[in-house]
Design a protein around this ligand. Structure first.
Ligand code: AMP
Length: 299
């Protein structure tokens, strides 16, 4: 089993209509590796500044996450501030400070290079590309992104897209990237650019999986407790790929099961601020919610 995740390890200030939290731990890599750690022992690649909490680095280790590829650099950690409207699907970025990520060139431990699965979580597309070229021969390469990179680095992003098997994006990003309003049409346009599977995340409406041969829909858990939607997409990706790494098979049936695990992990993340819920979550809770999902969609 081997899943390498490259992503951001950040400090976030989050404002919801009810509450504001300053400089809490977030980042695509953080959510993703914690979600994946329930299924496998992810190896992470990224950079943090000296202000990134020690206690979180310890948490990663306690969860079996390999932090050999996570560099601690002098300076400040990547900072992001976001604000949610009454509708939790509507988020505005207030500030992005790249800080230690600027000019960062990842150092990949030699033993990471023969991983089966590479997840290029949301980060600068040039870094995604750099890591892609450094891996030996992964069986599956997946990538995620964010409106920030679509707006500022579209060409680089399209370059990476050519090299991946699975592309995750939310509905807004997919529309922005293709100029298509219809999500199925947009998904098919993206399939022409390289990936064999496009996964469109639709917040509280679940996710659509589009391939040449089949389409598949996974619902979001019908939760009444949405405290902080941040990291839902990254937890989805982490749960999805962590499960695939555990089963070591990428058949349609495995993809469907992995999709439900992705949705389960995302549903827990949003119940509390930042990574708090992932910190306390147990495998039993995941299994119970997986069964609830089965009951939800069986008819
Ligand atoms: P999600 O809610 O799954 O889209 O992910 C939210 C996380 O993305 C937050 O914890 C942020 O720290 C992180 N983030 C915000 N902006 C960026 C960016 N431009 N690149 C990478 N990660 C980012």
């Amino acid at each position: 089993m081997s899943l390498v995740i490259v992503g951001t390890f950040n400090l976030d200030t989050i404002e919801t209509p009810l509450e504001r939290r300053e400089r809490i731990v977030g980042g695509s890599g953080t959510y993703c590796c914690l979600a994946a750690s329930f299924f496998t022992r992810p190896r992470i690649v990224g950079v943090v500044g000296e202000d990134f909490p020690e206690v979180t680095l310890r948490l990663f280790k306690e969860k079996g996450i390999d932090t050999e590829g996570l560099l601690v650099k002098p300076g400040k950690t990547f900072f992001w501030e976001g604000r949610y409207a009454e509708d939790p699907n509507k988020r505005t970025t207030i500030a992005t400070e790249v800080n230690v990520l600027k000019g960062f060139r990842p150092r990949i431990p030699e033993y990471y290079r023969d991983a089966d699965i590479l997840f290029l979580a949301n980060i600068d597309p040039d870094l995604q590309e750099d890591i892609c070229t450094k891996m030996k021969n992964p069986r599956l390469v997946a990538m995620d992104t964010m409106n920030y990179w679509i707006q500022t680095r579209k060409e680089s992003l399209l370059n990476v897209l050519e090299k991946v098997d699975v592309f995750f994006a939310n509905d807004e990003e997919v529309r922005m990237l293709t100029g298509e309003l219809n999500l199925i049409t947009a998904g098919k346009r993206l399939l022409e650019k390289g990936p064999t599977l496009v996964i469109i995340k639709k917040g509280e409406h679940g996710a659509i999986f589009i391939t040449e041969d089949f389409a598949f829909i996974v619902p979001a858990y019908p939760s009444e407790c949405v405290v902080d939607p941040t990291g839902a997409g990254d937890s989805f990706g982490g749960g999805f790929l962590g499960y695939l790494d555990r089963v070591q098979s990428y058949k349609a049936k495995d993809i469907r099961q992995a999709a439900v695990y992705g949705s389960v992990l995302a549903s827990f993340t949003i119940e509390q601020f930042g990574i708090d819920r992932l910190r306390s979550l147990s495998s039993d809770e995941i299994d119970r919610r997986f069964e609830e999902f089965q009951a939800l969609v069986t008819f």
